[in-house]
Design a protein around this ligand. Structure first.
Ligand code: KG4
Ligand code: ZN
Length: 343
């Protein structure tokens, strides 16, 4: 039978995304319009600036997604959007655009859970040998620090998350605190590059606290504070020579990745105790591009979706909506966004 084609929109945080994907897994287009430059000076996403940028960028993203896919809007079979979780005003832009498109084109509509979409990405990207349920997903980015157990296409359980800053933001902050050389890939990646570029290092591992040993919960603020205390005690960033910065960055990266490994091991032990046989660990999100993390060895099969599908994108939203379109489980126009939405 003919495949089903979805146009999906994503606007839960600071990226405006549109994509066209078919039910056979063909990615016909994948547009991501970033707005990092707008939020650079705010130490986080500025909520109203983000809404404004989405309002300006969404039509551009939709137009480009259709152009890239060489399709007319009328040839699309369904419209998907991110329903939550995310920033209220941001979600509203994608939701309104998707509903209006669905109504104008008279096509079915599906609102998708953003985290479920992240978790289902490897099924699309690892075809024809996708991870098999149940599998673990470690989602580590600027927005998320999550360890999930996926037991089916609709069933997920959070095994560990963080009550404070995400791992990606802490990489960014530590990198900025050490005034590391600029990288196109951002401050987190520049920290990794900086560490990899040097070999002679003083060992500062002892400075780094172990976070809640034995407990299935993440926290990276302790590592952040440890770096901050050290820098302050030495008279500030300018007073640190490059080899000390190397040592600090190295100790931080080791401890941060070490914490991920420790919590994954705990989660695997928990699964085993529950009689849940997990074969795959999917690692995704911006931090998953960290080579030091990729080289670390876990006892199970590691799956890394391609970087461009780990960061926020609309391909994953289209993909996560597919089973609902195909079973006729669609939403009507009264569907509301859910800024807070447990998985
Ligand atoms: O998934 P992502 O691109 O988007 C957001 O969630 O916003 O993740 C971005 C995060 C940033 O905080 C960045 O510092 C981090 O991923 N990141 C890295 C690396 N590349 C990006 N962290 C550590 N090592 C890297 N190589
Ligand atoms: Zn995300």
């Amino acid at each position: 039978s003919r495949s089903f084609t979805v146009l999906a929109l994503e606007s839960s945080a600071d990226d405006t995304c549109a994509a066209v994907v078919t039910s056979s897994g063909n990615i016909l287009s994948n547009v991501v319009l970033k707005q990092n430059h707008i939020h650079e000076g705010f130490g986080g996403i500025h909520p109203y600036r983000a809404v404004q940028a989405h309002q300006q960028n969404m039509p551009i993203a939709v137009r480009k997604a259709l152009n890239d896919a060489r399709m007319n809007a009328a040839e699309v079979d369904g419209i998907a959007f991110t329903r939550g979780p995310g920033m209220t005003g941001c979600l509203g832009v994608g939701s309104s655009a998707a509903k209006t498109l669905a109504a104008a084109l008279n096509k079915p509509l599906v609102g998708v859970h953003h985290m479920q979409a992240h978790a289902l990405t490897p099924i699309l990207t690892s075809a024809p040998n996708p991870p098999t349920f149940p599998f673990l997903t470690l989602l580590v980015s600027g927005g998320h620090t999550l360890l999930l157990l996926a037991t089916s296409i609709t069933q997920f359980r959070i095994l560990a998350t963080t009550p404070d800053e995400s791992i990606g933001r802490v990489f960014d902050k530590v990198s900025r605190m050490l005034a590391l050389p600029w990288s196109v890939k951002g401050p987190g990646a520049s920290l990794e590059e900086f560490v990899a570029a040097s070999t002679v290092q003083e060992d500062l591992a002892l400075l780094m606290p172990r976070t809640m040993p034995g407990i299935l919960r993440f926290s990276f603020t302790g590592l952040h504070s440890a770096v901050e205390r050290f820098v302050t005690a030495r008279g500030g960033t300018e007073a640190l020579d490059m080899s000390t910065r190397h040592a600090l960055a190295n100790a931080f990266q080791k401890a941060a990745v070490g914490q991920l490994e420790e919590k994954v091991a705990l989660a695997l032990a928990w699964c085993e105790k529950q009689g849940i046989g997990v074969k795959h660990l999917v690692v995704s999100g911006g931090v998953a591009s960290n080579l030091y993390l990729r080289e670390s060895h876990d006892p199970i099969l590691l799956v890394f979706p391609p970087a461009e599908l780990c960061t926020d994108n609309a391909v994953m939203i289209a993909w996560a909506s597919m089973h609902r379109f195909l079973t006729g489980n669609t939403d009507d126009y009264s569907v509301l966004i859910r800024p807070k939405w447990s998985i």
